[in-house]
Design a protein around this ligand. Structure first.
Ligand code: PEP
Ligand code: MN
Length: 335
């Protein structure tokens, strides 16, 4: 970390460097005529840049290393492979999580689970607790929905992924294989810290308007609690564009692979908002090196209680999978 001080006397600089040395850092001072630069050597990830900038003699602070450590590839070169009851994600293993936006009935979730499994999905997704913009919209079957999801898990053997919206419900998630933290909770720091204490794999979706660094800091929250099983999911971000529900940030995939060892999957459904766009976006994600996909599939999209416009029929999903498999072969991914 580089700390730029302006118009400071030697006594003030000495006082500041002694403070950092007392905190365990080594310091390197470079004295100019008008500016003094202090180089701080050590693990600066716990330092808040704004706190340092608030010191009267400090003009500017510049990080030379990232503020996250546990998720950082610099300290963990190999890809993390997450093993969910034998189904792997990351490090060359491609996983596909498919199913309806929300669980609506036993018939719907079980038939959907069978269909996505037949088409090659390796996980069943389905929302029981739904974050909806309108309080009057269908907000999921809640505990009953989780029960139905577990019935579908039993019938098909597919591991299941579903969203946790409140820590109050955590006890209900014992048999859920992967806990999803949705876009709207990506910066619910209390929640992140708490789920960091469990060992279950966490699917952390990117916030609606969050930078990659903020997203990685959220993953750091979970990892710093002791849970190393974090999967990142790019699901589109808000931009000025209105032709799609969100803007799919495909570049986030290679950027993340460079910055972190954690697996990265993509959700073209929430990015696009339109079923016709799922195939090209899913293919682009696989070609960009994603470790998997999350895709919404509904047996009858026009009757779906949530996100029907972006949901694929089982046949359309099968068609997408056929192309994704070809790209995985090119990418040397096991799928
Ligand atoms: C979902 O996966 O059903 C969902 C609500 O996604 P997001 O949090 O990305 O909007
Ligand atoms: Mn949805």
């Amino acid at each position: 970390m580089i700390i730029i001080c302006g118009n400071a006397g030697k006594t003030q600089i000495d006082k500041l460097t002694e403070k950092f040395q007392a905190d365990g850092f080594r310091t390197h001072v470079s004295q100019g005529t008008e500016t003094t630069i202090i180089g701080l050597i050590g693990d600066t990830s716990k330092i808040d840049v704004e706190d340092v900038e608030a010191i009267d003699i400090v003009e500017k602070v510049q990080r030379v290393s990232e503020p996250y450590k546990l998720v950082n590839r610099k300290f963990h070169e190999e890809d993390t492979i997450i093993d969910v009851n034998g189904v792997k994600i990351g490090g060359g293993h491609f996983a596909v999580m498919a199913g309806p936006c929300s669980i609506e009935s036993e018939e719907q979730i079980v038939s959907c689970a069978k269909a996505v499994k037949a088409a090659g999905a390796t996980f069943l997704r389905g929302g029981a607790f739904k974050p909806r913009t309108s309080p009057y919209a269908f907000r999921g079957l809640k505990a009953k929905g989780l029960e139905l999801l577990l019935t579908a898990k039993k019938e098909t053997g597919l591991p299941v992924v579903t969203e946790l919206m409140s820590l109050e419900h955590l006890d209900l998630f014992n048999d859920v294989d992967v806990i999803q933290i949705g876009a709207r909770n990506m910066q619910n720091f209390e929640m992140l810290a708490e789920i960091g204490k469990c060992k279950k794999p966490i699917l952390l979706k990117r916030g609606l308007a969050n930078t990659i660094e903020e997203w990685l800091m959220s993953a750091e929250y979970i990892m710093s609690g002791g849970n190393e099983n974090v999967i990142l999911c790019e699901r589109g971000i808000r931009t000025f564009e209105t032709a799609t529900r969100n803007t799919f940030d495909v570049s986030a995939i290679p950027v993340l692979h460079h910055l972190t060892h954690l697996p990265v999957i993509a959700d073209p459904s929430h990015a696009a908002g339109k079923s016709a766009l799922i195939k090209p976006l899913a293919k682009s994600a696989a070609a960009a090196g994603a470790d998997g996909l999350m895709i919404e599939v509904h047996p009858n999209p026009s009757q779906a209680l949530c996100d029907g416009a972006q949901s694929l029929t089982p046949d359309a999903f099968s068609d997408v999978m056929a192309d994704v498999k070809k790209i995985c072969e090119l990418e040397n991914k096991i799928f």
